[in-house]
Design a protein around this ligand. Structure first.
Ligand code: SAM
Length: 349
C-alpha cells in the first residue's frame, strides 16, 4: 500500500487502512467468520438476529405500527443479520408489507456480497443517510460505530496534543504529537469533552452520524438500536487496536490487511444525544438484552430433537454471545428514541 502524505492524523490513517478504494481492509474481502479475521454476533449464531427481529417488530408496534416505515441497517457486513431478519419477518406479514428495507454500506465488495443474498427482497442501498425518505425510521447498527475512524489527544503539562502519524520512513510509521486547540472540537460538537480528562479518543464521523440520526428520529419518530463493544465510564481510555486472524495485531504492520477498531465510549454517546431535545438513550449489556428477549428459551426450542453434537454447537454459540467473560458484558446495547416513547423491551434490569 502507498500513502501519499508524510504526516497524517490518526483518523486519516485509519480511513486509508480500512477504506482506501484500492487496498483498504473492508474494500477487498469478507473478513467475517472463522476463516476471516474476526467474527461478529450475527455470524456466531442466527439466534442473535432472531432476537433483534422480535425486538424490531415490537418497537415498530410501540410507534403505532406505521403503515410505511424505514428499517435501515448501518454497515451490514456480509449481510448475515439482514438475511435472518427478513426470514424472521415472514411470520409478521403486516410488518413485512409496511417495511422499507434500506442498507447503508460503504464497501462496494461487501455490497456485492449483500446483493447476492437478497435477490428476492426489495432492498435499497443508500450512500447518505440524510437521503432517507421522511418516514418513521428504525436504525440498527451492530459493530458499525467501532469500525469508524477516531482521533486521539493527550494532555501534557496543561496543554493538549494531537497524536499524529509520521510516514516518512516507508516501513516504519511512528506516532508523534502536535499541539492542538481542543476548543475547536468542543465548539463544533457543543460539548466539553476535555473536563477531568488526560486523554481523549473520539470519532468525528461517529458523532456526525449520531447527530444526523438523532435529527431524523426527532422529526419522523423511530429509534436507533446500537450494539457494540465499549465502556460506560466518563474517563476516556486508549482503546485503539488492530485485529488480524482473531488476534491483536500492530496497526502499522501489513497496512490494509489488519482491521483497526476501538471501543465505544457510551457515556460520550449518551451526553451527545442528550443535546437533541426530546430524545433519550437507554442502555444495557448484550447478555441482559438477549436473555430479556428470550434467547435461552429459543435455544432450547431449536435444539429439541437435534443430535447431541448439534445441541452442543447451539449452546456453545449461545454461550459465546451471553457469557460475561466473552461478549456478554463487553458488548452493550443502546437505544436512542423519543423521550415520550416508554418502550423498554430488552432493557429491563
Ligand atoms: C465490523 S463490520 C460489522 C458488520 C455487520 N454489522 C456485522 O455485525 O457482521 C463494520 C461494517 O460497517 C461498514 N462501514 C464502516 N464505516 C462505514 C461508513 N462510514 N458508512 C457505511 N458503512 C460503513 C463496513 O464496511 C462493515 O460492513
Amino acid at each position: 500500500m502507498k500513502l501519499k502524505k508524510n504526516n497524517i492524523s490518526l483518523d486519516q490513517f485509519i480511513n486509508q487502512s480500512l477504506y482506501n478504494k484500492k487496498f483498504g481492509y473492508y474494500m477487498k474481502k469478507d473478513p467475517f467468520g472463522k476463516s476471516g479475521d474476526f467474527i461478529t454476533a450475527p455470524n456466531i449464531s442466527r439466534l442473535f438476529s432472531e432476537m433483534i427481529a422480535i425486538w424490531i417488530v415490537s418497537f415498530w408496534e410501540s410507534l403505532g405500527s406505521p403503515k410505511k416505515f424505514n428499517l435501515i441497517e448501518l454497515g451490514a457486513g456480509n449481510g448475515e443479520m439482514m438475511k435472518v431478519l427478513i426470514e424472521s419477518f415472514q411470520n409478521f406479514p403486516v410488518f413485512l408489507n409496511s417495511c422499507n428495507f434500506i442498507i447503508h454500506e460503504k464497501s462496494p465488495s461487501l455490497i456485492k456480497i449483500q446483493k447476492k443474498k437478497f435477490i428476492k427482497t426489495k432492498i435499497s442501498w443508500v450512500s447518505k443517510i440524510v437521503k432517507i425518505k421522511k418516514l418513521p425510521s428504525i436504525f440498527i447498527a451492530n459493530e458499525f460505530f467501532d469500525a469508524i475512524a477516531i482521533r486521539q489527544f493527550e494532555k501534557k503539562k496543561n496543554s493538549w496534543f494531537e497524536k499524529l502519524i509520521n510516514l516518512k520512513e516507508k516501513n516504519n510509521p511512528r506516532f508523534f504529537y502536535k499541539k492542538f486547540n481542543l476548543k475547536k472540537i468542543e465548539k463544533k460538537i457543543k460539548l466539553k469533552i476535555s473536563q477531568k480528562q488526560n486523554f481523549i479518543e473520539y470519532s468525528e464521523l461517529g458523532l456526525d452520524y449520531l447527530k444526523d440520526i438523532s435529527q431524523i428520529i426527532k422529526k419522523n419518530t423511530g429509534g436507533l438500536l446500537l450494539i457494540d463493544y465499549g465502556y460506560t465510564e466518563k474517563k476516556m481510555k486508549n482503546t485503539l487496536q488492530g485485529v488480524s486472524n482473531h488476534k491483536f495485531a500492530n496497526i502499522f504492520k501489513d497496512i490494509g490487511n489488519v482491521d483497526i477498531t476501538h471501543n465505544i465510549n457510551f457515556n460520550l454517546f449518551k451526553r451527545f444525544v442528550k443535546q437533541t431535545k426530546g430524545l433519550k438513550t437507554i442502555l444495557t449489556t448484550q447478555k441482559k438484552f438477549l436473555l430479556n428477549m428470550g434467547i435461552k428459551q429459543r435455544a432450547e426450542i431449536i435444539s429439541r430433537n437435534q443430535s447431541f453434537l448439534k445441541k452442543a454447537d447451539i449452546f456453545y454459540r449461545f454461550n459465546r454471545l451471553i457469557d460475561e467473560k466473552q461478549m456478554g458484558n463487553l458488548f452493550k446495547v443502546m437505544l436512542i428514541k423519543n423521550e415520550k416513547n416508554k418502550f423498554n423491551l430488552g432493557f429491563k434490569n
